[in-house]
Write a protein that binds this ligand. Structure first.
Ligand code: SF4
Length: 335
């Protein structure tokens, strides 16, 4: 459905922070989610010294630091730049690349990220722009995606097969920027997929089905997936640890990592439960939704459960979800 966006998207950046009810909110893009131990420690210390002591994991495998005092974003930006976490001052907000977290794909992610950042005309892509890399995340609705040599557009196999995946993503991004008008996402552009496909080549049949394959907590070969309760990581945890942030509010860490405060059992009552920010961080919230969700933990449930502090239902995961939405007089359960 074509949509005409009358205003630019308001996605926060690491320096261009959002003023939330509890202070500045900085979103740090982590293409592919991978952080060396040194870079993760920079984020941890920033959260402890400049923010409220927590690191929020987003559904795009980025991180957020909140509770920043006015002006603290400048110190945060300086620390991130020194650590190499802000490689492009112009392209910061469009660096949204989700990668299948258990695949060996970070080199490809880095190459795509660097190539996109080298094109000046792509600096104005919306903060909602998204690239996915890998089958496990191909159903997360990326504007552009790669599954092997299959090029995805607007979350579906375009039928195009590519020999140079980096160049193909850049070419598709250029076309999207050229045709998008005020749209934020490719799916909002009338005929957008057809127009990009026509510009890039002759498609064959679309045979690769989009998929979302979350990684469960626990050991996976030579790595461990640790779930983060309600997606908020205490920044005192995981000191000196390389991590890979997943889009499912968890982190991939080396075996033997101290995972105190996290969960590695898929039967954990925290598994599959998410919540929006709620009070005190969100002025629209009708309640402290995270505290309410925490009190509810232990109630038997199956599948995904999402708690929201108001009817906007921010952060609702894709797929089948049982929702609890605050009404001001308790919660409405939506199935
Ligand atoms: S769902 Fe409502 S309360 Fe929760 S973060 Fe969004 S606007 Fe705020």
């Amino acid at each position: 459905m074509p949509q005409d966006r009358e205003r630019p998207d308001a996605c926060p950046g690491a320096v261009d922070v959002h003023r939330a009810a509890d202070g500045g909110l900085a979103r740090v893009r982590l293409p592919g989610g991978t952080l060396t131990a040194a870079r993760f420690d920079v984020l941890r210390r920033a959260a402890l010294e400049l923010g409220d002591g927590g690191i929020e994991l987003t559904s795009r495998a980025n991180v957020q630091i909140r509770g920043l005092a006015p002006g603290a974003e400048h110190e945060l930006g300086a620390r991130l730049r020194a650590a190499g976490l802000l490689p492009s001052p112009t392209h910061e907000r469009m660096r949204n690349i989700i990668a299948a977290p258990l695949e060996d794909n970070q080199d490809l992610v880095d190459a795509v990220d660097a190539a996109l950042c080298r094109v000046p005309g792509l600096a104005d892509l919306p903060g909602r722009f998204l690239v996915t890399i890998g089958a496990a995340v191909s159903g997360l609705g990326g504007d552009i995606g790669l599954v092997g040599d299959a090029l995805f557009l607007a979350g579906r196999d375009s039928g195009l097969r590519v020999t140079d995946p980096v160049a193909s993503v850049v070419a598709a991004a250029r076309e999207f920027q050229a045709i998008r008008g005020t749209a934020w996402r490719l799916s909002e552009v009338d005929g957008g997929v057809r127009r990009i496909t026509a510009a890039l080549g002759v498609p064959g049949p679309a045979v690769v089905a989009p998929a979302v394959i979350p990684v469960a907590p626990g050991p996976h070969g030579d790595r461990v997936v640790a779930g983060v309760p309600l997606g908020r990581l205490d920044a005192r945890l995981l000191a000196g640890t390389p991590v890979r942030v997943t889009p499912w509010r968890s982190v991939v860490v080396p075996p033997g990592t101290d995972t105190s405060g996290l969960f590695t059992d898929p039967a954990s009552p925290w598994h599959g439960v998410s919540a929006c920010t709620g009070r005190p961080g969100c002025a629209k919230s009708l309640t402290d939704v995270r505290a309410d969700a925490s009190r509810w933990i232990g109630t038997p449930h199956r599948g995904s459960v999402h708690w929201s502090g108001c009817a906007r239902r921010c952060g609702r995961p894709a797929g089948d979800v049982v929702e609890f939405v605050a009404t001001g007089d308790g919660y409405e359960e939506i199935r």
